[in-house]
Design a protein around this ligand. Structure first.
Ligand code: IPE
Ligand code: IPE
Ligand code: MG
Length: 247
C-alpha cells in the first residue's frame, strides 16, 4: 500500500480540516453550467460539457479526502421542461461521460449507483448506467450516486406507492419505513449539501433525506468548482453545531 499522502489531503490538513470529523455523505447541486457558458458567449451545452470535467475532478478529490458517499444532481425530474435540444444534448453528454469515465472510476474503487426514475430515460443511457453499476458493484471506495431524472417528491411518491401496493397497514408506517423505501436505503442521509451558482434553494433534491443536512452555497458556477472549494465547504461544515432539534 502506498504511504504517499494525496496532495488534496495535505492541502486539507494545511487548511485546518479535521479528517476525523469529515461529512460521510456530501450531496451536490451542480448548478450554473448555463450561466458559465453564456457569460463567455458560448452555448449552454458547452457549460454542461465543462461541468462533467469538473465532476471528474471533484469525485476524485472527494474520494481522496475520505468522503464515503457523494451524490450529485445531474438531471432533475423537472429538467424535461428545458428546450428539447438542451435535454437531448444533456442526456447524451451524461451517457458519454458514463461510458468514458467508467474505467477511471473503477480504477479508483468507486462504486456507482443511481437515484431517480431511470426507467423513463433513453435506452442507451440506461444501458450505460446499468453497465457502470454492475462493473463497480463490488468496489469498496466512495459510493457515487448519480441523481438522474430525480425528484425528491417523486421519490416519496414512489415509496408510498410501493407501501400501498404491499398492503402495509397505516399503523406500521413510520419514518424508518419510509427511509427504507427511498431509492438507495443503504445510503445514509446527507450531512452536507453543496450548491453552486448562488441559488438558495433545494430544487427538489433529496428533500426527505436532507431534513438535517447542513447547506453550503457558493457563488461559483459548477464548472469553476474544484477540490479547494470542496475543502472550503467541509471547513464551513466543521465549525457548525449540529443540534438535530436538541440544545
Ligand atoms: C446545472 O446548470 C445543470 C443542470 C441543471 C442540468 P444549469 O443548466 O441549471 O445552469 P444555469 O442555472 O442555467 O446557469
Ligand atoms: C437543479 O438545478 C437541478 C440540477 C442541478 C440537476 P436547476 O437549475 O434545474 O434548478 P432551478 O430551476 O434553478 O430551481
Ligand atoms: Mg440552474
Amino acid at each position: 500500500m502506498s504511504t504517499k499522502v494525496p496532495a488534496i489531503r495535505s492541502q486539507a490538513l494545511e487548511r485546518g480540516v479535521d479528517l476525523e470529523r469529515f461529512p460521510a455523505h456530501v450531496g451536490v447541486i451542480m448548478d450554473g453550467n448555463g450561466r458559465w457558458a453564456t457569460g463567455r458567449g458560448l452555448q449552454r451545452l458547452l457549460g454542461h460539457r465543462e461541468g462533467y470535467r469538473t465532476l471528474r475532478r471533484v469525485l476524485l478529490a472527494a474520494s481522496e479526502l475520505g468522503v464515503r458517499y457523494l451524490t450529485v444532481y445531474a438531471f432533475s425530474a423537472e429538467n424535461w421542461r428545458r428546450p428539447e435540444d438542451e435535454v437531448r444534448g444533456l442526456l447524451s453528454l451524461i451517457e458519454q461521460a458514463a461510458r468514458d469515465e467508467l474505467r477511471i472510476m473503477h480504477q479508483n474503487n468507486v462504486r456507482v449507483q443511481v437515484a431517480g426514475r431511470t426507467d423513463e430515460l433513453p435506452e442507451g443511457l440506461r444501458a450505460a448506467l446499468e453497465h457502470g453499476i454492475k462493473t463497480t458493484a463490488k468496489n469498496t471506495g466512495i459510493t457515487f450516486t448519480l441523481a438522474i431524472n430525480y425528484g425528491g417528491r417523486a421519490e416519496i411518491v414512489d415509496a408510498i406507492q410501493g407501501i400501498v401496493r404491499e398492503g402495509i397497514p397505516a399503523s406500521e408506517i413510520t419514518e424508518e419505513l419510509l427511509s427504507q423505501r427511498m431509492y438507495n436505503p443503504e445510503t445514509p442521509d446527507p450531512d452536507l449539501i453543496v450548491r453552486t451558482a448562488g441559488e438558495m434553494r433545494w430544487s427538489n433534491f433529496l428533500i426527505w433525506q436532507a431534513a438535517y443536512a447542513e447547506l453550503f452555497v457558493t457563488e461559483k458556477p459548477w464548472p469553476d468548482f474544484g477540490g479547494d472549494d470542496l475543502i472550503e465547504a467541509v471547513l464551513s461544515y466543521q465549525v457548525r453545531t449540529r443540534k438535530f432539534g436538541g440544545v
